[in-house]
Design a protein around this ligand. Structure first.
Ligand code: SF4
Ligand code: SF4
Length: 172
């Protein structure tokens, strides 16, 4: 991720909660129907996500431990689309390519809101950029008029500012 200070800009997303934006301010994003690429992976769950998820799903069946952290499980799907090359996808990805949590529970894990962005802490500041994997695979970048920088609240839940380690580099 770029750390070129001259390109950086600070944006107040919530009162008193700033983020250092590292991506091009003209970047736009709109999720593309039928893509589902980012739902082929196991999603890291922060503690508050775990509490929320426990109220909506069976944690023993839908989560797994990896390097001391909790992730949403990937599971084998009996279909060829909306799955990774190994035939697996997120436990909550429905056959129609939609998220059962988002649709039926009106909630999704923090990390699912953040994608295709990634965040990290640097010198006490929260930084945000497009994830490297998203630059390669996300079809929703720069295909619409919706500027990401104007809607950071939708991508960055306030929880990120109070986490000891919000970094997006942990994957299942
Ligand atoms: S990879 Fe991008 S376009 Fe594809 S489902 Fe995820 S956010 Fe949407
Ligand atoms: S929880 Fe929903 S939005 Fe998040 S990866 Fe799974 S299916 Fe996709």
């Amino acid at each position: 991720m770029s750390a070129d200070a001259s390109d950086s800009r600070r944006v107040e997303v919530y009162p008193g909660r700033e983020v250092v934006v590292e991506f091009d301010p003209d970047l736009t994003f709109e999720c593309v129907d039928d893509c589902t690429w980012c739902c082929h992976h196991g999603v890291l769950l922060y503690d508050r996500d775990l509490l929320e998820l426990a109220a909506r799903a069976n944690l023993a069946e839908t989560t797994t431990d990896f390097r001391g952290e909790k992730f949403v499980r990937r599971e084998e799907k009996a279909r060829d689309d909306h799955v990774a090359e190994d035939g697996h996808a997120c436990a909550f990805l429905r056959e129609d390519g939609l998220c059962s949590l988002h649709l039926e529970e009106e909630w999704k894990p923090t990390r699912c809101s953040v994608f295709p962005l990634g965040v990290w802490l640097e010198d006490g500041d929260l930084h945000v950029d497009v994830r490297e994997s998203a630059r390669e695979h996300c079809e929703g970048l720069n295909v619409s008029e919706r500027r990401v920088i104007d809607e950071l609240e939708a991508f960055l839940p306030e929880l990120l500012w109070v986490l000891e380690n919000p970094d997006s580099d942990r994957e299942l």
